[in-house]
Write a protein that binds this ligand. Structure first.
Ligand code: URA
Length: 224
């Protein structure tokens, strides 16, 4: 099995990286991905389950190493993402990069995806039926990646991942667990919202500090 670059670095300083929980699928690594994740992204590329496929230029499956410890989930691609087929490459993406940097994470070490894999017209909110059709892809994706921690950015990601109808204000500020996989999950504001309400940046930073403490805590637990 390929050694994760950070594992190698940790090993060099005498820390052994804990084995990822066993996946219920066998992932064979190809070019840093897995056959299952590649098959899933091919399936998404051909998806016509809702009308969003009619106007898309590209599907936006997600981006990052399959071994990523951190998974960030947003809402849906915007126009830049639709053009490039990559998540968070516009203004919200630049802010996300800064947010990651502020807690010592580089963009290329985290996995980033969205609830919807196609762009809603004029960046409108996702509709219920679109979320219902698309979210199984997200759940499959998470099952293959098995991150150590999930950050849900915004109401749509939080509600889809937690199967909840609560508001973001109710869901923020507490530790959740994603599904029966029991992956620690933290809810925060969406970066696009922060572009409009800069005062909330402080809260996002706090949320991510909290996520980091859950991440370190779960790592320490596994090392005892
Ligand atoms: N907003 C999102 O929720 N996702 C993107 O990929 C870009 C903007």
């Amino acid at each position: 099995m390929a050694i994760h670059p950070r594992s190698q670095h940790l090993r060099e300083i005498g820390i052994v990286r804990w084995q990822r929980r066993a996946s219920n699928t066998t992932s064979v690594r190809v070019d840093g991905g897995s056959i299952e994740l590649k098959a899933l992204s091919d399936k998404v590329r051909q998806c016509q389950a809702c009308s969003l496929h009619l106007r898309r230029q590209n599907t936006v499956f997600g981006h990052g190493p399959i071994e990523a410890d951190w998974l960030f989930v947003g809402e849906a691609p915007g126009s830049n993402e639709d053009k490039q087929g990559l998540p968070f490459v516009g203004r919200a993406g630049q802010l996300l990069n800064s947010i990651l940097f502020s807690i010592g994470l580089a963009r290329d070490e985290v996995y980033i995806t969205n609830v919807l894999k196609c762009r809603p017209p004029a960046n409108r909110d996702p509709m219920g039926e679109e979320v219902i059709q698309c979210e199984p892809y997200l759940h499959d994706q998470i099952n293959h990646i098995r991150p150590e921690i999930i950050v849900a950015m915004g109401r749509f990601a939080a509600q889809a991942l937690l199967k909840s109808t609560s508001s973001i204000a109710e869901l923020r500020g507490q530790g959740h667990e994603y599904s029966e996989l029991k992956i620690p999950l933290v809810v925060t504001y969406h970066p696009a919202y922060l572009l409009r309400s800069l005062l909330e940046k402080q809260k996002v930073w706090k949320d991510l500090q909290f996520a980091q403490s859950l991440f370190s805590g779960s790592k320490n637990e596994r090392s005892i």
